[in-house]
Design a protein around this ligand. Structure first.
Ligand SMILES: *Cc1c(COP(=O)(O)O)cnc(C)c1O
Length: 426
């Protein structure tokens, strides 16, 4: 079979599906849609049909699709230089590091290619830092505390700090020395913390876990415990960071500065890139040769990330995210007061979760939204997750709310005859 020779677009998807089933490791349950291009906040399938994208490739395509700043950066940089290796200097790394340190309050950057690599670097730096402290006579161990319902990536260290059984246990033994703390449970945190702990791992707003912000008190308690022993506070901002919540970093909503943070998903607007940021104190534990990557911080990714940051700055996108996010959440709250199926609306900026009464109902809504040509995603079974491009406007929100309202109304009227999601409403 030759995909190029297939003319009828409706047969292309089928052909790709057949081939993938045979040729790819079966790691994904893909939705049966084939996208070929995009423009703004819309994706276009092989039949020329447009979909309003409220997920942006799981929080990646922050400036939407075919953004002129990104295509220009890619074109210009691709003509100059794609790769140098980390054996040499190029123009992009310092320029980008300046922008990231200025905005984060942290001192130094390590560049890599994905979220899990950034998190892996954070775990290694925490271990190396504790080792350095021990060599200086301090009493500090090698263990980590992570949170229940956390998600930190798929490499073997990252899965060790990831709570979900299915992501971690099939690969046992993973990195040893991780204990999970009940989410936002300060007593549990205090009980499990000791001088044995080299770092506490926190997503300021849990993403895969269902869009749950940590409490200010819990975050502050973690900061205070770390300060008491020299342990490091690690903030995973791969999903909630880099503008998503209306601030450059999620921890800035809490008035807390971690020792290390990680960013990735939206950092280079769709080009793979990750970064770990650290204080000078933490960073001194890495010396040349201890850690590295072939591709990390390459000229192309740096050029695009710089273009993304400068565009966000020039267009005051953080204010826009706050404004559009507030409007979106208010509209969702309005739906929640009208439809019992919505249990809760959570989130900050354009990171929004809507808790639905049941697994089945949430799946039904996500599927029906696809029929309305609106893309969102379901996480933690019962949560509809919205991670739209930052350039989303109120008009797009209105389209989504109208569709949701219709779907929820249909469900309510159906519920009289045949319960959807196993619930009837009294
Ligand atoms: C997506 C994500 C990761 C992993 O990033 P990858 O690029 O998929 O490796 C880690 N932490 C959080 C919070 C994430 O959302």
């Amino acid at each position: 079979m030759n995909l190029e020779s297939i003319q009828a677009p409706e047969r292309k998807l089928q052909a790709v599906q057949t081939l993938e089933r045979k040729l790819l490791l079966q790691t994904y349950e893909r939705n049966p849609y084939l996208f070929v291009s995009g423009e703004g906040v819309y994706l276009r399938d092989e039949n020329g049909v447009d979909y309003l994208d409220l997920l942006s490739g799981i929080g990646v395509s922050a400036l939407g699709y075919n953004h002129p700043a990104i295509t220009a950066a890619i074109e210009t940089q691709s003509r100059k230089l794609l790769h140098t290796s980390n054996l040499f200097y190029h123009e992009g790394t310092a320029d980008l590091a300046m922008r990231l340190t200025e905005r984060s309050g942290l001192d130094r950057v390590f560049f890599c290619n994905s979220g899990t690599e950034a998190w892996e670097a954070a775990l290694k730096l925490a271990r190396a830092h504790a080792e350095l402290l021990r060599s200086e006579g301090k009493n500090i161990g090698t263990r980590f505390l992570a949170l229940e319902h956390s998600f930190h990536g798929r490499t073997i260290g990252s899965v060790a700090t990831t709570h979900k059984y299915k992501y971690r246990e099939p690969f046992a033994p993973v990195m040893p020395g991780v204990e999970f703390v009940r989410f936002n449970d300060i007593a549990d945190l205090r009980e499990k913390f000791s001088s044995d702990i080299c770092a506490i791992c926190i997503e300021p707003i849990q993403g895969e876990g269902g869009i749950h912000p940590v409490s200010k008190e819990f975050f502050a308690a973690a900061r205070e415990l770390c300060d008491s022993t020299g342990a490091l506070l690690l903030a995973d901002e791969i999903q909630c960071g880099f503008g998503r919540t209306g601030k450059w970093f999620g921890y800035q909503h809490f008035g807390i500065l971690p020792d290390i943070t990680t960013v990735a998903k939206p950092l280079a607007g769709g080009i793979p890139m990750g970064a770990m940021l650290a204080t000078d104190e933490a960073a001194r534990a890495f010396t040349p040769g201890m850690h590295g990557t072939t591709f990390g911080g390459g000229p192309l990714a740096c050029a695009v990330a710089i273009a993304v940051i400068d565009t966000m700055q020039k267009t005051a996108l953080l204010d826009h995210i706050t404004e559009t996010g507030t409007y979106f959440r208010n509209e969702l709250e309005r739906l929640a007061s009208k439809h019992d199926a919505i249990r809760e609306v959570r989130g900050l900026g354009l990171m929004i979760g809507v808790e639905i009464e049941s697994d089945e109902a949430a799946r039904h809504i996500a599927n029906r939204m696809m029929e309305h040509r609106i893309i969102l995603n379901r996480t933690s079974d019962t949560v509809l997750r919205f991670l739209p491009p930052y350039i989303l406007t109120r008009e797009h929100v209105d389209i989504a709310i109208k569709a949701l309202d219709e779907i929820l109304t249909d469900m309510t009227s159906l519920a009289g005859q045949k319960p959807v999601g196993g619930h009837t409403h009294g």
